[in-house]
Design a protein around this ligand. Structure first.
Ligand code: FES
Length: 107
């Protein structure tokens, strides 16, 4: 089990336990973090799981696939250099303690 922290639009921090191999969109939905919508269930076709990866964690993530890169051009909130789609962040020992700020709005 790993830890991840979501920062919501109001600044509230939600610390959650996430099993290794689980993506952050699924973790947010399983923990009732409604600001992550995840409409497509992780099929990379909705961009409603947009997050900003906080400093220090981006280097621990797998590189972005072209399909994620393309989908990030369709997010409701403006894309930033640290934007990722939570459904593509799969927890591992390397991502232990990751902190992401949830983009607002998602749609
Ligand atoms: S859940 Fe649809 S793109 Fe991430």
């Amino acid at each position: 089990m790993t830890k991840a922290t979501f920062i919501c639009a109001d600044g509230a921090r939600r610390d959650v336990d996430v099993a290794i191999g689980t993506n952050l969109m699924r973790a947010a939905c399983d923990h009732g973090i409604d600001e992550i919508i995840g409409d497509c269930g992780g099929a990379l076709s909705c961009a409603t799981c947009h997050v900003f990866v906080e400093d220090g964690y981006a280097d621990h993530l797998s590189s972005m696939a072209p399909s994620e890169d393309q989908m990030l051009d369709y997010t409701a909130a403006a894309r930033q250099a640290n934007s990722r789609l939570a459904c593509q962040i799969v927890m591992s020992a390397a991502t232990e303690g990751i902190v992401v700020r949830i983009a607002n709005p998602q749609v």
